[in-house]
Write a protein that binds this ligand. Structure first.
Ligand code: FA5
Length: 333
């Protein structure tokens, strides 16, 4: 074999190389100490050659070596640039899509938006707060001191830093009075958390909408009128409501507002919304003079309202993750 044949063989071998590792092996095979180039040199009997022949063979030999080195360097660059082999793409991005699959608004949130809309039309603003609040905001500012039995009514998730996951949206009352001042018309929708056993009507995470109206000369009549207006517009009918006495330390007097429904034989009263006139101690904690101002507050169970509105029999469906349930509401967007 001469240098020209060696180069042809090298070109053939190089064409089959597809990794840097194989290239290194090729370099050793051709340029290494016992490589093919050195073997070729050993095979040549320089003693039998004329000086001119010796020069020509030597030049050929050097040219072959330089050619191999240059080809190897170019191959290294090419392999490094191309990186690891690319997996074949399993989808064709130029194909048309599978149809519109936009998300839908969750039925609790769509009910919340409706409630917000009704209240905004009555001059209320929407005030959102935090889900983790201080013990003061959740209890003390609402006239529930540490040893008060009312604390036991709401089994609370305590955080390690002493904060609590708010057990009711009433936790925003103090902040709203201090931030917005009086006269005040505001609602605070949001999630609440209680360490409760889950059943058909109770979840550990649920939504409420709190509302406050504070001004001079606010009475129970305002409370009834605002609540009835809300329910009439949400259910799009003339609703019958009634008030029963109810106890909450942050209202005086306190009520349970019931809604007349067609549920059951002949219909029945459904407990819907605790409410009442804001306790003077709560107004004072919020920096409001109870001799000058009065107001009402309510805590609507938003999750319960969504259940009544849509005829949903089990609260656990809301967070159950069953797409068949959610898809029913996609059309109501
Ligand atoms: C309260 O939370 C008071 N903060 C409401 C209030 C506000 C009274 C302002 C007076 C003035 P209660 O614990 O009853 O009250 O909860 C109010 C509503 O939240 C209930 O009627 C119910 O609809 C809803 N609710 C309470 N606990 C749960 C639960 N575990 N799962 C789902 N909904 C709940």
């Amino acid at each position: 074999m001469d240098a020209t044949a060696l180069l042809q063989q090298f070109a053939h071998d190089l064409a089959g190389v597809d990794s840097l590792q194989a290239l290194t092996a090729l370099r050793v095979a051709y340029l290494g100490k016992n490589g093919r180039l050195n073997q070729l040199r050993k095979e040549i009997d320089f003693g039998r050659l004329s000086p001119a022949e010796r020069k020509a063979v030597g030049e050929n030999f050097n040219l072959a070596k330089e050619t191999i080195e240059a080809a190897l360097a170019a191959a290294v660059e090419r392999l490094e640039r191309s990186g690891p082999p690319v997996e074949p793409v399993s989808f064709d991005p130029t194909l048309p899509g599978l149809g519109r699959r936009n998300g839908a608004i969750h039925p609790i949130i769509s009910t919340q938006l409706e409630v917000e809309h009704v209240f905004q039309s009555m001059g209320f603003q929407v005030f959102t707060g935090d889900e983790a609040v201080s013990e003061y905001e959740n209890f003390d500012a609402l006239n529930i001191p540490p040893d008060h039995p009312a604390r036991d009514m709401q089994d609370t998730f305590w955080l390690e830093n002493g904060m609590v996951l708010r057990t009711h949206t009433s936790a925003m009352q103090n902040r709203a009075m201090r931030t917005l001042g009086v006269p005040l018309r505001a609602i605070f929708p949001g999630r609440c958390f209680r360490n409760e056993t889950t059943d058909q009507t109770h979840e550990n995470t649920f939504y409420q909408v709190e509302g406050m109206m504070i001004d001079r000369h606010i009475t129970v009549a305002h409370l009834i009128a605002v609540m009835k207006e809300l329910l009439d517009r949400i259910f799009q009918r003339d609703n019958k409501v009634r008030l029963r006495p109810g106890f909450f330390p942050f209202v005086e007097p306190g009520f349970e507002l019931d809604l007349w429904t067609d549920i059951g034989k002949g219909g029945r009263w459904l407990e819907l919304m605790p409410c009442g006139m804001i306790h003077p101690a709560v107004l004072r904690e919020g920096g409001v003079d109870p001799h000058e101002y009065s107001g009402f507050a309510f805590g609507l169970g938003l999750t319960r309202l969504a259940m009544i509105k849509h005829g949903i029999p089990d609260i656990r469906l809301f967070n159950g993750g069953d797409l068949r349930f959610y898809r029913q509401f996609a059309a109501t967007l």
